[in-house]
Design a binder for this molecule. Structure first.
Ligand code: ADP
Ligand code: MG
Length: 233
């Protein structure tokens, strides 16, 4: 599903160059649930953004679903992104003046789906995340955990092949974090490939595999005994 070979990425800042990723090799198969771990500044988001086609690599090769991601113009990149990838961020990134239902519907609009069908699909995904009753509420009327569940519903409604989550529990308390991880585990059990960036060990253990970044390289890549989040919710 995802293949990264000898990936390098640097940021230029004035006269200085910060070499963030220094030869990353890794593969993710369909149906995996992978945690990307590492301390703050270790390049986790940089890696996820490259996988998410939000940023470009400097060197190496990235293959997504057998397509080599290279020299795509922005239109084509956007098309692949919409077709293949769903995103969940620490700060939810919901549109504040739109209801939960409208937020979940939006990616379907960009897929050219008609209004009525958009609403039906969006509502079914809100139901999946346990928020059907909250469809007409604005983000400001939802708790942090509910907002993240709306964001997950939005990502899933577009039926991506891969779900990318950057610190999805970073802004949530422990119990709410486990609720969100429980949802992520359930979505993974249905077969979705998911990458979760986190710096929290107990969140990483709820994945099936942990990839650890340090000083720009992968220092550990291991399968783990998955801790079920449902034990804690
Ligand atoms: P993490 O997500 O693991 O905390 P990041 O991938 O966000 O780490 O950042 C890795 C390093 O790259 C950090 O030192 C950060 O300051 C730097 N960095 C990230 N994005 C940019 C950017 N757009 N321009 C310059 N430096 C950046
Ligand atoms: Mg980050």
């Amino acid at each position: 599903m995802i293949k990264i070979e000898n990936l390098h990425k640097s940021y230029k800042m004035g006269n200085n160059t910060l070499h963030v990723l220094k030869g990353i090799d890794f593969k993710v198969d369909q149906g995996e649930l992978v945690a990307i771990m590492g301390s703050s500044g270790s390049g986790k988001s940089t890696l996820l953004n490259i996988v998410g086609m939000l940023d470009l690599l400097d060197e190496g090769q990235y293959t997504l679903d057998d397509v080599i991601i290279k020299d795509l113009d922005e239109t084509k990149a956007a098309r692949y992104r919409n077709k293949f990838l769903g995103f969940v961020f620490q700060s939810f990134n919901l549109i504040n003046y739109k209801t939960a239902l409208e937020n979940v519907s939006l990616p379907l609009y960009y897929q050219g789906i008609k209004r009525k069908e958009r609403q039906e699909i969006a509502l079914s995904y809100l139901e999946k995340v346990g928020l059907k009753e909250w469809a007409t509420h604005l983000p400001s009327e939802l708790s942090g955990g509910q907002k993240q569940r709306v964001a997950i519903a939005r990502a899933m409604a577009a039926r991506p092949k891969v779900l990318l989550a950057d610190e999805p529990t970073g802004a949530l308390d422990t119990t709410t974090s486990f609720e969100v991880m429980d949802l992520i585990q359930k979505i993974n059990e249905e077969g979705k490939t998911i990458l979760v960036v986190t710096h929290e060990e107990d969140i990483a253990k709820m994945c099936k595999r942990i990839v650890r970044l340090k000083d720009g390289v992968i220092v550990e890549d291991k399968n783990v005994e998955q801790v079920l989040a449902s034990k804690y919710v």
